[in-house]
Write a protein that binds this ligand. Structure first.
Ligand SMILES: [Zn+2]
Ligand SMILES: [Zn+2]
Length: 396
């Protein structure tokens, strides 16, 4: 990986200070502009392919807990030039953002969960149940941590997911939609204590996991390496040595950031001292995020898991800048990073706002439906038929 240059630091600082993009990026006419989210080539539209040697990282959920129309709960989508795609967390509301950028369900088959707070997997029941009605006809692969007891692990959550969605699955698979393996789930649960452990290794892609310090045991963060490119995926955590150790020599290091205590205190009506201890017990204060970024020196640092308002972003940047003066992005939904060995660009994905589900996978042969029927005769008898099939005038 290549360390960032002072020129890029200047560009980033300028972007954060809202100096017009045209002034700082005049020499970047070809391709997306580095770290300047404005200008004619700073947008990505649905359907853009990933170049062969490139990693593309899209933030489909930058917030947490309190879902907003402009911020879903955490989800990060990593696509590689070899065609692979990985979903990291699928927080509530984030599925709509995948649809907005026309990501088909068939590209959302590998889900890696950092921990089992629902702001990290709240969209899973819907994605699981509606995927096979579009183009995901293969099993869903869910990767996630074990817990301190079996009932606190990913496998147990998936058993509950199956119960929670059972009526939907029975009424869809082979009845409302063609029968397929899309409702099968492969669960891969790894030992959360390993530092690091291997979560996935295939076709040159290595995804490692390592423990985080967040509420109780059973949370992990991920690091993906491919083609000499690397991204560390944010997870909820206090600042830890594990995070620092596993973020070395990585192109993009993402880290969660708790709100500045003064803002949290004002918004939630608690004292600043109380706010400080609430955040520090499970999350990372901006100043500590800055220290971690300074220790790891990524080509691009991304702070996420933040409710981004004018009164939260500026104190957060201030806190991070206490220690770190390198390239920095404060995440927002649809932020896209294209990463190659030579360049990292930042853009914003733009869709139509009213997408139809996009499908890419195609099925051979006739679609199969079950011939048993689970609708009672008294209900079927109440259905108003077309007039050509009707026995009386109650028809259309
Ligand atoms: Zn969270
Ligand atoms: Zn959490």
């Amino acid at each position: 990986m290549k360390k960032h240059s002072n020129r890029l630091c200047g560009v980033v600082a300028a972007a954060l200070l809202a100096i017009p993009a045209a002034v700082v990026a005049a020499d970047e006419a070809k391709g997306p502009e580095p770290f300047v989210p404005s200008g004619s080539n700073a947008f990505m539209y649905p359907g853009e392919p990933v170049a062969e040697d490139e990693m593309r990282v899209t933030i489909f959920g930058s917030g947490y807990g309190y879902v907003r129309t402009d911020q879903a709960d955490q989800s990060i989508f990593v696509e590689l030039g070899n065609g692979d795609a990985f979903v990291f967390d699928l927080g509530e509301g984030s599925e709509a953002n995948y649809m907005e950028m026309q990501v088909p369900y068939s590209r959302m088959t590998n889900l890696f969960i950092t921990h089992l707070h629902t702001d990290h997997y709240g969209s899973l029941p819907h994605m699981y149940t509606f995927g096979p009605s579009a183009d995901r006809w293969t099993p869903l692969n869910i990767y996630g941590p074990s817990g301190p007891t079996p009932e606190l692990g990913t496998k147990y959550m998936v058993e509950g997911l199956k119960q929670f969605t059972n009526w939907h699955v029975v009424s869809f698979n082979g009845i409302a939609v063609p029968e397929s393996d899309g409702y099968d789930i492969n669960v891969v649960e790894f030992d959360y204590t390993l530092n690091p452990g291997i979560a996935y290794e295939k076709d040159g892609v290595v995804i490692k996991h390592f423990p985080v310090a967040h509420s109780i045991d059973g949370g992990i963060a991920y690091r993906l390496d491919w083609n000499d490119l690397c991204v560390v995926i944010a997870a909820d955590t206090r600042p830890t040595r594990f995070y620092y150790e596993n973020s070395q020599d990585c192109d993009i290091v993402m880290h969660e950031v708790g709100p500045a205590p003064s803002v949290f205190a004002e918004t939630m009506g608690v004292t600043e001292e109380r706010a400080n201890s609430m955040i520090a017990s499970s999350h990372t204060l901006p100043v500590a995020v800055g220290k971690l970024f300074e220790l790891t020196k990524p080509r691009l640092a991304v702070a996420t898991h933040i409710l981004a308002n004018a009164n939260t972003v500026l104190p957060t940047v201030d806190g991070i800048r206490t220690y770190y003066d390198g390239p920095l992005a404060i995440a927002r939904d649809f932020m896209v990073f294209n990463v190659t060995k030579d360049n990292i660009t930042q853009r914003i994905g733009v869709g139509s706002g009213s997408p139809w589900v996009h499908t890419e996978a195609h099925r051979d042969g006739e679609p199969k439906y079950r011939d048993d029927q689970l609708t009672s005769d008294f209900i079927l008898d109440s259905v108003i038929p077309p007039c050509k099939e009707a026995k009386d005038d109650k028809c259309y």
